[in-house]
Design a protein around this ligand. Structure first.
Ligand code: SF4
Length: 397
């Protein structure tokens, strides 16, 4: 997919926009001034693949310890500022790598100017974040909004989108007046279709990098569908330079799902194993769901290379669907036949499948690390054993 050309901004050692890899962001859920917990949460998110982490700084006691937090974590930190311009100035002073700001929340334009100027002096960018909840219609913008509304008239909720675009333009005027262009834009809504519409529009109108997200998406179970459908569609069009998936849940899930989204779209190089598993059906011959859960957990801890592992419930369709896997297991008559790089290496009872599979994965990882073989190379043409053979061999080995 062709990526949309944008300006590039620098957030600590992470670039956003243009040809920079698409980054994954998240936000801590605890109080920033609970310094040890905050550092632990940032570290947990970074270890899961977050490239940038945002923290809220609603009080002075939050910005006071920001410097300590920044010095003890290994990802750039963004200060999320609402209402209090002084928190932004304090965060900049503390060495934060980016400010997230909604100028409309700070009322006094001179205060907004002071934040912009401080970011310029410190050479750090600002994300201008406009959310559907913070849109307020202004009388002096009515004409512009009318034009925009007619532009969006063929789309559901066109007026809301028009208001948001007008708001972004209004804010950009403020930044232009200070000759500040070190900017990233976001415009979040909770309706996935509208998120696609507004980011498509932003990408046509502005060349600033875009921070994609769906706001108040809900719990992971439903929020993931809402977020992935919108962000996946945009990323597939080459729109979006950094993403945050947001759930009413542990932010670790936001990072895990954001990373997996980029992996699936080939926008990030996979770290660790890739698990393929069949959905199971009436042909199932082992407790597949428990096996898949166990395999997934163990792979996460034990495998660093992008080994493709397939767990298939039977020998009927499994081999075809597992084609391309480096390691695969096909269940049959409460046993598992294990293949490594296309060669059958074991036929074990159900209770031994997990351990043997992991052993084979670790063995393959070691051989790859020693340069004896490569992943993906011999992972072709797994031939399905006849169904009867699985049973017979299983009972006689
Ligand atoms: S691999 Fe076998 S058990 Fe799994 S879905 Fe396909 S046919 Fe069903």
């Amino acid at each position: 997919m062709e990526r949309r050309k944008t300006r590039k901004i620098q957030v600590g050692d992470v670039a956003i926009g243009d040809d920079a890899p698409i980054s994954v962001q998240s936000m801590t859920s605890g109080y920033t001034h609970h310094v040890d917990e905050c550092i632990a949460e940032i570290t947990k998110l970074a270890n899961a693949g977050a490239d940038i982490v945002r923290v809220a700084v609603p009080e002075k006691k939050d910005t006071e310890i920001l410097g300590e937090i920044i010095s003890q974590v290994n990802v750039p930190i963004v200060a999320d500022v609402h209402f209090h311009f002084k928190r932004a100035l304090e965060a900049i002073e503390a060495g934060v790598h980016k400010i997230r700001l909604n100028p409309g929340n700070i009322g006094d334009i001179e205060q907004v100017h002071s934040v912009i100027d401080a970011c310029k002096d410190a050479n750090i960018p600002i994300r201008i974040g406009v959310n559907e909840g913070s849109i307020v219609e202004r009388k002096d913008k009515q004409k512009r909004q009318k034009e925009l509304t007619s532009f969006f008239s063929d789309r559901k909720h066109g007026h809301l989108l028009a208001l948001m675009i007008a708001k972004v333009e209004e804010y950009l005027d403020i930044f232009d007046s200070r000759d500040f262009h070190d900017i990233c834009l976001s415009a979040k809504l909770m309706d996935a279709r509208l998120v696609i519409d507004i980011y498509e529009e932003l990408s046509k109108r502005f060349d600033y990098p875009l921070h994609l997200g769906v706001t108040h998406a809900g719990p992971r179970e439903t929020g993931s569908i809402r977020s992935i459908s919108a962000l996946g569609s945009l990323l597939s069009q080459g729109i979006g330079d950094t993403i945050r998936i947001s759930y009413a849940s542990d932010p670790l899930f936001e990072v895990e799902d954001g990373v997996e989204l980029l992996n699936c779209l080939h926008l990030r190089e996979r770290v660790g194993a890739e698990l393929i598993a069949c959905p199971s059906c009436g042909r199932i011959q082992v407790d597949l769901f428990s096996l898949v859960d166990d395999v997934r957990n163990q792979l996460q801890h034990e495998i660093d290379l992008p080994i493709k592992v397939a767990v298939m419930g039977c020998v009927v369709n499994g081999p075809g669907e597992a084609e391309g896997a480096d390691v695969a297991v096909f269940a049959g008559d409460r046993r598992g036949i294990i293949y490594v790089q296309g060669e059958r290496v074991a036929n074990v009872p159900e209770e031994e499948i997990l351990n043997r599979l992991l052993l084979e994965c670790k063995g393959l990882q070691e051989r790859v690390q020693k340069g004896e073989t490569k992943l993906g190379e011999k992972a072709v043409s797994i031939v399905a054993p006849p169904e009867s053979a699985v049973t017979i061999e299983g009972h006689h080995q």
